[in-house]
Design a protein around this ligand. Structure first.
Ligand code: IMP
Ligand code: MG
Length: 179
């Protein structure tokens, strides 16, 4: 385990098994469709690449990078699009793949945006869900794991752009971000 982690929350085996289970459920629902699978950069990349390999219908892949202005507990209420989609979503069945839903700000705004652009449907798939932190009225359609309010890294998730390549989800030691 990485020295900056307090403990491993989800092992590689747990991640592999649960991601497969969720992906197969999504696969069943979209089997007669050709969804546009939108990964939210960068946190979702490892989950995204594991998830899409269980989908059996023809899919198109696309990505967005977003950030919220301001930080911490108080959102300023504006989503900043750092990289937009390449594809037009009008009339498309969109599956948003995100690493974690925390306050819900990012996904509430993204869902509204893609709906406004004319997507036929927008489904949200998340790896992690911090339910107790929700401030916006949004819930994932599919979620792999509900987690407690702890700051986690690995399997794509970062702290200051570090730890994304860890193959497991670990709880970051408080001393790393409280110093
Ligand atoms: P929301 O907009 O408040 O739902 O925040 C979602 C974003 O916050 C995620 O896409 C992550 O980038 C980040 N985030 C929230 N909790 C964590 C965590 O425990 N580890 C790493 N990133 C997190
Ligand atoms: Mg993110």
């Amino acid at each position: 385990m990485h020295k900056d982690c307090e403990r491993i929350m989800l092992t590689e085996e747990q991640l592999r098994a649960r991601v497969k289970e969720v992906a197969l459920q999504v696969d069943e629902i979209y089997k007669d469709k050709r969804p546009l699978v939108v990964g939210i950069l960068k946190g979702s990349i490892i989950f995204y690449s594991d998830f899409i390999r269980f989908l059996t219908m023809p899919v198109e892949l696309d990505f967005m990078a977003v950030s919220s202005y301001g930080s911490g507990a108080v959102s300023s209420g504006k989503l900043n699009i750092k990289k937009d989609l390449d594809r037009d979503v009008a009339g498309r069945d969109v599956i948003i793949v995100e690493d974690i839903i925390d306050s819900g700000f990012t996904l509430a705004n993204l869902k509204a945006l893609l709906t406004e652009r004319g997507a036929a449907s927008v489904m949200i798939v998340t790896l992690l869900n911090k339910k107790d932190r929700r401030e916006y009225d949004i819930a994932p359609d599919y979620n792999c794991f509900d987690i407690e309010n702890e700051f986690v890294v690995g399997y794509g998730l970062d702290y200051n752009e570090q730890y994304r390549s860890l193959p497991y989800i670990g709880i970051l030691k408080r001393s790393v971000y409280e110093k």
